[in-house]
Design a protein around this ligand. Sequence first.
Ligand code: NAP
Length: 231
Amino acid sequence: MDAAVLRTIGKPPRLEQFPEPIPGEGEVLVHVRAAALKPVEKQLASGTHYASPTELPVVCGVDGVGYLDDGTRVFFGGPRFPFGAMAERTVVARSRCFEIPEALDDATAAALANPGVSAWLTLTWRAKLAPGETVLVLGATGVTGKLAVEIAKLLGAGRVVAAGRNEQVLNTLREHGADATIRLDIPDLAEAYAREAGFNVVIDYLWGRPTEALLAAMTSPEFAVAGRETL
Ligand SMILES: NC(=O)c1ccc[n+]([C@@H]2O[C@H](COP(=O)([O-])OP(=O)(O)OC[C@H]3O[C@@H](n4cnc5c(N)ncnc54)[C@H](OP(=O)(O)O)[C@@H]3O)[C@@H](O)[C@H]2O)c1
């Protein structure tokens, strides 16, 4: 079958023939329709991810959308090594397949799950966002950041502040639920954070300078504290 095969860490994968996957106990064959290219695939292939492969070759792609032999259309995650989502067929545990609503097309469903679940879990499971709270999203102009802004609002956040360096995209985020935006490429970033002070939840997709400036703002005496666990 055709597959995106990685033979060398740090080099791009190539379209090659790869052996057919054969499902074992508790597994299913998936006829792949779509597989999204996300940061995690690039990190795995470049050797910078903690789960980067130590044995090669492998097929790239950690999740996607496809059909089971019985015709069920599913989102699937975690294909069995060395198989991957970027191939005509792959093999995964049946428990890692989830039926998709008809209204959602293959590409959207494949692209949405990883960043969407990541943003949703961060807000609900980790941050335990309560209605009315204020959320700051650092790196809000990326796929996951945009979803975090929208999901925070849907979960009842009182105020969502979106921070990013891409002004054009930043300006579109109010339509997705942002109440305020912060440009990350300005010299007085700590002051800009301080003006919006009172964050209950901070989601940081960036680290580096934007985070340094936030820490500087948080530790300044002028930084307002709005309540329990407020930054
Ligand atoms: N654990 C999980 O399951 C999970 C799931 C999804 C994502 N993630 C992680 O979340 C992060 C974002 O993923 P994504 O899919 O949203 O990626 P993405 O769509 O490529 O977005 C990355 C964002 O970061 C911004 N950015 C990069 N460097 C920056 C800098 N130095 N200063 C300011 N902004 C900067 C980019 O801004 P520009 O638009 O201006 O370039 C872009 O908006 C990645 O680290 C990814 O691995 C984790």
